[in-house]
Design a protein. Structure first.
Length: 170
């Protein structure tokens, strides 16, 4: 067996679970954004701006820590599984988490910069375009995180040699 493969299933599963923790936390923040969409679509421009500028204060630092941890750890899972049948699942999970962060930089961060510069008196007439791009970015990231989490969870049920594990009777 190659040196980089974790032969002890407990160590292998511990790394996967440690990766799932920040991934699930990041997913939960994204899910909160997505669940709020229906209500936020009902808000007028001034109310929506107030929500955007005041409600999400703790999301940025929490999300940043969780997403970076999930990305780093998921790449570690891939490296540890690169010579096993689970390598494809591990690779795609790491790519999903990485792509979600790239989407944040492409779709969400520019909107955050715009929105944070607005005031109720200086709200552009096309503010809905920024709102929609912001919401779409979070929705797409949620889908990527869901896929990554499911792929990592799948690894918990497949041994390093690719054999599916069966539940042991009590």
């Amino acid at each position: 067996m190659p040196r980089d493969v974790i032969s002890d299933p407990t160590q292998r599963n511990t790394l996967i679970v440690l990766t799932l923790v920040p991934a699930v936390l990041a997913f939960s923040l994204l899910l909160a954004h997505v669940l709020e969409i229906a209500g936020k679509l009902q808000l007028d421009a001034r109310s929506w701006l107030m929500v955007q500028q005041h409600l999400y204060i703790a999301f940025a630092p929490t999300g940043a820590i969780c997403e970076i941890a999930a990305i780093i750890l998921s790449w570690a899972v891939f490296v540890r599984n690169r010579h096993t049948p689970g390598r494809i699942s591990a690779l795609i999970a790491a790519l999903c988490f990485s792509a979600a962060l790239a989407l944040w930089f492409i779709l969400v961060a520019p909107m955050n910069d715009r929105i944070n510069a607005w005031t109720p008196a200086r709200l552009p007439t096309n503010w809905q375009a920024a709102r929609n791009r912001w919401e779409i970015g979070h929705g797409l990231a949620l889908l990527l995180y869901a896929a990554g989490i499911l792929l990592l969870a799948r690894l918990l049920f497949v041994s390093a040699d690719g054999v599916a594990r069966r539940a042991r009777p009590p």
